[in-house]
Design a protein around this ligand. Structure first.
Ligand SMILES: Cc1cc2nc3c(=O)[nH]c(=O)nc-3n(C[C@H](O)[C@H](O)[C@H](O)COP(=O)(O)OP(=O)(O)OC[C@H]3O[C@@H](n4cnc5c(N)ncnc54)[C@H](O)[C@@H]3O)c2cc1C
Ligand SMILES: Cc1cc2nc3c(=O)[nH]c(=O)nc-3n(C[C@H](O)[C@H](O)[C@H](O)COP(=O)(O)O)c2cc1C
Length: 783
């Protein structure tokens, strides 16, 4: 077999090694345009898990690599004169140059042909090769040559960065967030061998310009960075090696394989440096390719297996890298945070690390985070314990004069079980049991302001006395039997009205018994949905009046809070999104115009609703669709509602148009809440695939939301909050006297269960290489 590998970086060399081990008779040649030791970059990082993989696949190179390594366990975050260190991270660094020399030596030993200073510009010279590996890096000529086939998507990010080195020793992976007169600079730094560290500097384009970095050469910009970070470099120089400032391109390729050619490493996909995974991905690609070549019967089948088997893992890493890079791009959002909360945000930015696992590895750090959170709550006038604080989820909050005992919320959820809009006994039990279950705040399902405002025939309403009486019974029950507050969500279905019950076909039009529907413009939801009538002013007045009347009824029912539903493509959302609003009057066109009617409704309700009671608005912070609402729009929407007197923005997303492309995942809507909260500076509630109390605490402690709503988890677990309180030892959580024996039992057992689980986790966690090294270098204790 003949294999040609274009590119002698980590991907190309490691692929050569593994393939040659598998096929000692194969003729494998690596073509590299540079000289053998002519390599850019300083250090590379690997996690312990990646090193485990290297050990398994090629022990000799693994041993040589790890002999050269610097290990560290801590991440240190420097911010506004403070430093927070968090242990248990297990990373290793080595020089990129040494890594490549080790891989070259190993490849040579195995009989791989290495051709340096050989630039390949055409694959036709490999017509007789069985396999051509395109490992030619981020600017891959071959990916570009076959662009129509590989269909790469290149997203050039806004921040600029430069890769430098230093002799400054470091004992932790170090992030330095540096305020300057021009704006914030960030250094990502780590030691990779004795006396050598990598320094990646990053800043936003405006700060870059203001700092006069544009047009400076390598040496001059290194001098400028040395001035800015001089206090930390302590006289150590910054070293350069092709250390130009550039923008990071996030590359994703639709296809990785063409005939017998396959893309590997940076050529096929990149991952932002802030998660330190570029070289890891490149070498793990080589492993995946080698595995496929071993297992599949033909080269074509192997390449298919590589692409199909590897894509998910690569995309997962890229997603984590995306989330991380966005955090760094928007670091100014968090600049006013308490430093310990800021550091917690750095640690938890890409979702892999959470409140609970930090509690295990760095309990003192989390205790500090909790204290800072409690201090903040105390400053708002709550008599909470700052020395032994409860977890953020169990800290109270106030909106106007409404106090909420904890920050877990039952998200609004239609039960499709009302009769002519009248809530039934099902609703009493449903809301009642969730209130008894300990949530701080319960939202009603979208309750419709008129018969024709309903989504389905099963939706609750609040337009007549019978409905008012039934709702009052529920509110009274909640108030009499729990500490929960209850918020009425009012809405109008708009073009999604007159549809079937969820279990008969979500959003599908009713076949009989439907009613006339309205929207901002006459555009049906599905092509075969009922055609909505675009609203004229008289219809708008009638709808506004219906919202106000329902709000007045809500006050008579005794609701504590009111929410206006402006999300999910319902009537008011249909005004806000440009995809559903094609009006040419003053209610269409610019965002300001599109917000006119929803704000008008909000203001009318706000006037009718008692001044001491809070109001929120639910928005879709993105339509997940081309040309639709984006996170930046959501910030402006939130600002407009905040000016009109909204106390909380309930940040949901999507469900506006059928062809949306939502990106689901754990806590997938939280970044929007984060953006709205920390850019518009309004209180937010986040929601969406948040399933554990650990996630709730992670979100709150990082300042990404003020309240956390859970929908589906509450459907199956009314006592979600009570159970979480037992886990975190939040004794004060409300429990009705009838259930106290159950509370006592779960609190008692929880202490033991938690200890058992934590012990198991600690035992199951293999020691990091840094820990092993530290142990090995400890002097033996005297007998
Ligand atoms: C300037 C810079 C500095 C970096 N520094 C670091 C760092 O310090 N630490 C870190 O972890 N990551 C660093 N990275 C990222 C890291 O290099 C990549 O994620 C990783 O090296 C990807 O490995 P690869 O083998 O896919 O590509 P590369 O390492 O880029 O290797 C591709 C190789 O192909 C060769 N090549 C390209 N075209 C041809 C051709 N037509 N013919 C022959 N040869 C060709 C190139 O010369 C190169 O050696 C850096 C990236 C850049 C751009
Ligand atoms: C059965 C069901 C009904 C829902 N009804 C409403 C509703 O009436 N009003 C609303 O704003 N959101 C509604 N939602 C959306 C939820 O409030 C929540 O935003 C969504 O389910 C995501 O959160 P989760 O992942 O915690 O379930 C509903 C969701 C479900 C599952």
């Amino acid at each position: 077999m003949k294999i040609a590998i274009i590119g002698g970086g980590p991907a190309g060399l490691y692929a050569a090694i593994l393939l040659r081990k598998q096929r000692p008779q194969a003729e494998i040649t690596v073509y590299e345009r540079n000289r053998a030791d002519d390599t850019f970059g300083f250090g590379v990082v690997f996690s312990d898990a990646t090193l485990d993989n290297f050990e398994k696949y090629d022990p000799p190179s693994y041993r040589r690599i790890t002999q050269e390594f610097a290990y560290w366990d801590d991440i240190a975050v420097h911010f506004r004169g403070t430093v927070h260190r968090v242990g248990g991270n297990g990373f290793c660094g080595c020089s990129r140059r040494k890594l490549l020399l080790i891989l070259q030596e190993r490849a040579r030993e195995l009989g791989v042909n290495l051709r340096f200073e050989t630039e390949i510009d055409n694959e036709s010279r490999f017509a007789d090769a069985d396999l051509i590996v395109l490992a030619d890096g981020i600017n891959s000529r071959f990916r570009e040559k076959h662009i129509a086939h590989f269909e790469p998507e290149v997203d050039v990010r806004s921040n600029v960065f430069a890769w430098m080195g230093s002799t400054r020793p470091l004992d932790a992976f170090t992030f330095i967030f540096q305020e300057t007169e021009w704006g914030p600079f960030i250094a990502h730094a780590y030691q990779y061998e004795a006396g050598r560290s990598t320094w990646i500097f990053e800043t936003d384009p405006a700060t870059f310009k203001r700092a006069g970095l544009e047009g400076l050469d390598e040496k001059q910009s290194a001098d400028r960075m040395a001035e800015i970070f001089g206090w930390f470099l302590k006289g150590h120089p910054l070293l350069t090696n092709r250390s130009m400032w550039r923008n990071f391109p996030m590359i994703r390729s639709k296809r990785w394989v063409k005939d017998n050619m396959v893309l590997l490493g940076d050529a096929k996909a990149t991952a932002h440096f802030s998660i330190g995974s570029g070289t890891k991905l490149a070498m793990e690609d080589a492993i995946a390719l080698a595995d496929a070549m071993e297992q599949a019967p033909t080269v074509a089948a192997a390449l298919r297996q590589y692409e199909e088997g590897r894509r998910e893992e690569v995309e997962k890493t890229q997603h984590a890298a995306d989330v991380s890079l966005v955090w760094f791009e928007h670091v100014d959002r968090f600049w006013e945070f308490d430093p310990v909360q800021f550091a917690f945000g750095v640690m938890t930015r890409s979702k892999a690390i959470t409140y609970d696992n930090l509690t295990l590895r760095a309990p003192d750090f989390v205790a500090e985070v909790d204290k800072a959170f409690a201090r903040h709550v105390r400053a708002k006038g709550f008599d909470v314990d700052v020395e032994k604080p409860l977890a953020p989820m169990f800290q109270p909050m106030r909106l106007r004069e409404m106090e909420i005992a904890n920050r877990a919320v039952v998200s609004p959820m239609c039960m499709y079980s009302a009769r002519e809009g009248v809530p039934t006994d099902f609703h009493l039990v449903h809301y009642g049991s969730r209130a008894i279950g300990g949530a701080g705040l319960i939202f009603t399902e979208m309750t419709c302001v008129g018969r024709d405002a309903r989504i389905t025939p099963g939706c609750t309403g609040l337009w007549n006395d019978e409905q008012e009486t039934a709702w009052r019974r529920i509110v009274d029950f909640v108030h009499a039997n729990s500490a929960a507050k209850i918020c009425l969500q009012l809405g109008h279905a708009g073009r999604k009205g007159a549809t079937k019950l969820m279990w008969d076909g979500m959003d599908r039009p009713l076949e009989e018994g439907g009613w006339d529907i309205v929207s901002a413009s006459s555009i049906p939801y599905f092509p075969d949905s009922k055609m909505p009538r675009g609203m004229d002013r008289a219809a708008m007045d009638a709808v506004k009046a219906a919202f106000v009347h329902a709000a007045e009824r809500g006050e008579r029912c005794g609701f504590d809070m009111l929410e206006l539903h402006c999300a999910h493509g319902y009537l008011l959302a249909s005004f806000i999104s440009p995809l559903t609003n094609q009006r040419t009057d003053e209610y269409g066109g610019s965002l300001e115009n599109r917000l006119h009617f929803p704000l008008e409704v909000f203001e009318a309700m706000r006037s009718a609703w008692p001044a001491h009671k809070p109001m929120s608005v639910r928005i879709s912070a993105t339509d997940w669709a081309e040309g639709g609402i984006t996170g930046d729009d959501a910030v402006n929407i939130a600002r407009a509602f905040a000016e009109a007197g909204v106390d909380l923005v309930d940040v949901s997303t999507g469900q506006t148009v059928r062809d949306a492309q939502p990106v689901y995942g754990r806590m997938f809507q939280t970044p929007f809440s984060d953006q709205v909260r920390n850019e518009a500076r309004v209180a937010t509630m986040c929601v969406g695939n948040i399933t554990t109390a650990d996630q709730v605490n992670t979100i709150l402690a990082a300042g990404r939301a003020d309240l956390v709503a859970l929908g589906r988890p509450h459907l199956v677990d009314p006592a979600f909050t009570l159970k979480a309180a037992a886990w975190y030892g939040a004794e004060g959580v409300f429990c009705p006297p009838q259930y106290l024996p159950g509370k006592e039992q779960i609190f008692r057992n929880s202490v033991r269960d938690r200890q058992d689980i934590e012990d198991l986790k600690i035992k199951a966690k293999p020691k990091t290489r840094a820990e092993l090294k530290a142990e090995a270098s400890k002097p033996l204790a005297a007998e």
